[in-house]
Design a protein around this ligand. Sequence first.
Ligand SMILES: CCCSCc1cc(N)cc2c(=O)[nH]c(N)nc12
Ligand SMILES: [Zn+2]
Length: 373
Amino acid sequence: MAVRYELIKTCKQSGARLGKLHTPHGTIDTPVFMPVGTQATVKSMSPEEVKELGAQIILSNTYHLFLRPGHELVQQAGGLHSFMNWDRAILTDSGGFQVFSLSENRKITEEGVQFRSHLNGDKLFISPEKAMEIQNALGSDIMMAFDECPPYPAEYEYIKASTERTSRWAERCLKSHNRPEDQALFGIVQGGMHEELRRQSAADLTSLDFPGYAIGGLSVGEPKDIMFRVLDFTVPFLPQHKPRYLMGVGSPDALLEGAIRGIDMFDCVLPTRIARNGTVMTSQGRLVIRNAKYMNDFTPLDPNCDCYTCKNYTRAYIRHLHKADEIFGVRLTTYHNLYFLVQLMKRVRQAIMEDRLLDFRDEFFDQYGLHDN
Ligand SMILES: CCCSCc1cc(N)cc2c(=O)[nH]c(N)nc12
Ligand SMILES: [Zn+2]
């Protein structure tokens, strides 16, 4: 079996679970935060640094690699693991979400999605079968079914029709999956913010018996309290003994609230994206390193962090690098932000082991600040 989820323990204080996800490229401790490497690289990090900061799995993107350099080229290189020299686990998204967030002139039909490349305007088409072909060529350990993530907000009727089509697409993905022993295919539950549609989507997908389930259609601009409410009624529709992946979620508060609600896997571009403009997550909340108040601040980004950046460099130096547009500055803030989230999930797993995740959340927010975004 390509991926096997081992449920180790459920937190007595919350709905959180401690688990292990066994894959052909190593075991992943869950709940886990997965760094995003959209174009076959976690931006500005070497694979050695991504390992050193503690990542056991990274994400990459069907849409981007299909457009450039092309999935056939990656296949000629022996697949994504050898192409990017990453020998741990890889999860690839299926491309539908990126078509809608990046490309122009999209046309969605039962067959699939027609769109123009955001790089050169070429007319392209992705169907469930094409998304599977691309992910097969990339050789990811976990593939995502081809889905539509409806815009937020959207009319109930649109979301209903879209969710029903996503269920039909999921079945087509399963039918065209020709390497189930090497690559696990996860279904993606949709349904917008509607409990009945979420129930129906989960029922459709669990009847197809996927090895894992993602909750899509969230982190699309809805208020966080709505996202958490949707999780409250959606997670119970999913099987206990399989992993649950909340797509596109990665701020510290959302990771904690998601883990408390029984989510096992998270991903988000947030830590790498904000690092590029010098915004840093610390145990006392966020700081923007370009701020003049750090000019003569010869302390680490985070006094409670033992990462390479915090052990060797000061706020003053990192501020200087960002003000001077020095690439090394982005590398230092990226390394720290990724380390911060990977370590946060390590502390979450420890709190689950000790049946005290709600207490840990309260302690974390007392320091971090209640409303991170
Ligand atoms: C590398 C990026 C992975 S997560 C992208 C993502 C993010 C969010 N927020 C939602 C969805 C979704 O509903 N479907 C799919 N396939 N992907 C989504
Ligand atoms: Zn640090």
